[in-house]
Ligand binder design. Structure first.
Ligand code: ZN
Length: 110
């Protein structure tokens, strides 16, 4: 393994869906956007506090830069596939979403 910093890719805190138990207090290390971290991600950060938290946009930009530079990198999930699948079944509408489906639904009615 290289000594390169690991990255945890996180959805922005105002994404449409979230997972029960997610936190909304962390920020992207690159652009300071508030992100949400699912329970699996929080457990990973507890085990490895030096992991870099990045929002999806910054993570994508970083990966593209590495691809163009011909650098090698690997992508690993934050938790086992079974754990992530279990987490996905607990996805719920995000109360922090910028466009809450309840509000837009009401607006369409009026
Ligand atoms: Zn960012």
């Amino acid at each position: 393994m290289s000594d390169e910093a690991k990255i945890l890719v996180c959805q922005a805190a105002n994404a449409d869906l979230t997972v029960l138990g997610s936190t909304f207090t962390r920020q992207c290390s690159a652009c300071s956007t508030r992100v949400m971290v699912a329970p699996s991600g929080e457990r990973l950060l507890e085990r490895e506090p030096n992991i870099l938290v990045l929002c999806t946009l910054c993570a994508e930009a970083r990966l593209i830069k590495r691809l163009e530079a011909g650098e090698e990198f690997s992508v690993a999930p934050a938790a086992s596939p079974a754990e992530l699948a279990r987490e996905m079944t607990r996805a719920v509408p995000n109360a922090n979403a910028t466009f809450c489906p309840h509000i837009t639904g009401k607006r369409g009615r009026n």
